[in-house]
Design a protein around this ligand. Structure first.
Ligand code: MRU
Length: 364
């Protein structure tokens, strides 16, 4: 996608071939900055501090992080230790584990001297596969938007939560891919962007990228969704996910579950868009089995923004001394999800629905 008219991915190898570069998402939307990741610790910190974030991009960064670590220590012990360090950076998005497993399996039988180069090539392939998966999610989800447009003959109002846009992936985004495709093909869309406290990925990132692409949108406070749905101002909800279980439960940014409840109460279809790398076939019950990241309370008690004089400032918003809880994700049970939009098509959020698209998983 483009920033100020220039095409970017969110992660790319540096021109000297010794590092990777990423868009620093902690600086957006106020400042566009690129960060260099030169080794294992840089990759770990970028993921942990959310310089990069969003399930697919976390996976892609971890893949490159493992490749960079292998340059210094290509032994089995070195690979295992880098794997463990990166896997611990953030617990909820399963793409992290899948990308690390993928790179490690790819280099396992190679002589030590060939490992770093092979891992780097595999990380680049993981990025390319993510772009293609997201493009296919766009193709799969587009008919859902077109159908509403043809029925209502006015712009389709789509609510989304957090940033499941191109900044959360390598390109296109998951929830946003059908939206960008509809917009590009002349189907009028209007996006309601949940601000997504505490870190405001909606207001800061989704709004930024929609604005850069010229997609009509409004930022709304997280609590507005139910009201807007009651008044017929939301036709469709599309969110991303950090992990979808084998029976279709979906972990996504905190607050997603409340939107799904409001959508069900108001007969608004609620879809979850995911690439296959976000499906965790090893678990069924998302509420019980998905680890929910608990982040620093300061993300709740303080907020970062730009003052009128242009300065970036962090201010306290909570009562001094009051403690805060900060669960970063919640799980929406499959029963509240109208369908999963995947790179293989749209299916019911159920074991049978998923196996219909991924029959090779039947034996697993
Ligand atoms: O904490 P974040 O910003 O990494 O959380 C991201 C989300 O919850 C996204 O909505 C989800 O990862 C889908 S990304 C395509």
């Amino acid at each position: 996608m483009k920033i100020d008219g220039k095409p970017y991915r969110t992660i790319w190898p540096s021109s000297d071939g010794r590092a990777v570069e990423v868009i620093d998402q902690t600086a957006l939307p106020h400042r566009f900055a690129i960060r260099r990741i030169e080794g294992l610790e840089d990759a770990f910190t970028a993921i942990r501090t959310m310089v990069v974030r969003g399930a697919p991009l976390i996976g892609a960064t971890a893949a490159y992080g493992l490749a960079l670590a292998l340059k210094h220590d290509p032994s089995d012990a070195g690979a295992d230790s880098a794997y463990r360090r990166l896997a611990a950076a953030r617990p909820t998005a399963v793409n992290l584990r899948h990308a690390l497993d993928d790179v490690r399996a790819h280099i396992a039988r190679l002589p030590a001297g060939e490992r770093a180069r092979a891992a780097f090539a595999r990380a680049a392939a993981i990025c390319d596969e993510d772009v293609e998966n997201c493009r296919l999610i766009g193709e799969a989800g587009l008919p859902l938007i077109e159908e509403i447009y043809h029925a209502k003959n006015r712009p389709v109002n789509i609510l989304t939560h957090c940033n499941a846009g191109w900044l959360a992936t390598v390109d296109w985004g998951t929830a946003t891919a059908p939206i960008y495709m509809a917009h590009d093909r002349g189907v009028p869309v209007h996006v309601l962007v949940d601000e997504t406290r505490p870190r405001n990925q909606g207001a800061a990132l989704t709004a930024f990228e929609l604005g850069q692409h010229g997609v009509p949108h409004h930022i709304v406070v997280d609590n507005a969704g139910g009201h807007l749905m009651q008044h017929g101002r939301v036709d469709l909800v599309i969110v991303g996910a950090d992990r979808v279980t084998a029976r279709g439960d979906a972990a996504n940014k905190i607050g997603t579950y409340l939107k799904a409840l409001a959508a069900r109460a108001n007969d608004v279809p609620f879809y979850v868009a995911v690439p296959q790398t976000t499906i965790d076939w090893t678990i069924e019950d998302g509420v019980r089995d998905i680890e929910i990241e608990e982040r620093d309370a300061a993300e709740v008690t303080h907020i970062l923004g730009r003052l009128d004089n242009g300065e970036i400032a962090r201010v306290a918003i909570g009562a001094p001394g009051s403690p805060a809880l900060n669960p970063a994700f919640d799980v929406t049970p499959a029963g509240l999800i109208a369908g999963l939009i995947t790179d293989r098509g749209v299916c019911a959020a159920s074991r049978d629905g998923l196996l219909g698209l991924f029959p090779e998983r039947k034996a697993a």
